[in-house]
Design a protein around this ligand. Structure first.
Ligand code: ZN
Length: 256
């Protein structure tokens, strides 16, 4: 039974990613995500239903548009497969529970964030506002109304830490070190975390981003990279593996 539901969540994840990655890209360029059918970005050809099956369509078309033969970005395929795995994994870890609902909501919000940030280096405010409201509601259902204030304070702590890091970074590198979107994104993620996990998230994300940061500094003149995807990866790792309430002191004591 569990395996059947894991397959179901896998499919569900790919379907959500297929839709939400397009929402992210359209929000990023300020386009309505409701109007218009799905179409090829290159030749404008409307897509048939069989060209819209997540993961499968990309594979049977060998990653090319059937109209103009231009290759479809592999990123869509990656969003679908990664989200499918994350949905399935979340169910495996949490079972049917409020934590599963929070995990899936977080993944959905972050798909929109990541696709927009990678495409346009923009994290749309709309999705962050939806995210803040949704995560506050779900976290309150999970922990009770007394926890609402704590969730808000944790979000503010995350926001302030990122803002402080930006101010320090701007002075050190003499240019914009962190975007406003990254600061707001961490504020949203902070709702789910305690202050120690917030610091852990920022460290983990910076660590994962390091090889790419070095690569981009060497290869590009401007050296600009989106940080939103790395904050998102860090947040998902911490949440899925139950580290969203870690006590760093406990870990340090256990190492000594
Ligand atoms: Zn085309």
């Amino acid at each position: 039974m569990k395996i059947l539901l894991m397959i179901m969540f896998f499919i569900l994840g790919s379907v959500f990613a297929s839709f939400l990655s397009v929402v992210g890209i359209r929000l990023g360029r300020d386009e309505s995500f409701i109007k218009g059918r799905s179409h090829c970005d290159n030749c404008g050809k409307s897509l048939h239903w069989y060209e819209l099956i997540p993961i499968v369509s990309y594979l049977i078309q060998f990653g090319k548009c059937r109209g103009c033969k231009k290759s479809i970005g592999i990123r869509y395929f990656l969003y679908e497969i990664i989200s499918a795995v994350l949905f399935s994994l979340s169910y495996y870890i949490f079972g049917i529970s409020i934590d599963l609902l929070i995990a899936l909501s977080l993944i959905c919000i972050l798909i929109v964030v990541v696709s927009s940030d990678i495409e346009y280096m923009i994290i749309p405010d709309q999705i962050l506002i939806i995210g803040v409201i949704l995560l506050l509601i779900l976290n309150t259902i999970k922990n009770g109304i007394m926890y609402l204030g704590i969730s808000i304070i944790n979000g503010l702590i995350a926001f302030i830490i990122m803002l402080a890091l930006k101010k320090i970074g701007d002075i050190m590198f003499k240019k914009e070190s962190l975007g406003g979107g990254d600061i707001k994104l961490m504020g949203m993620i902070g709702i789910l975390f305690n202050y120690q996990s917030i610091i852990a998230n920022i460290f983990l994300s910076s660590f994962i981003a390091l090889p790419y940061a070095i690569y981009i500094t060497i290869s590009k003149k401007d050296g600009i990279m989106p940080f939103g995807p790395f904050l998102s990866i860090g947040a998902i790792i911490l949440f899925l593996f139950g580290l969203n309430n870690i006590d760093i002191l406990d870990i340090i004591y256990s190492l000594i």
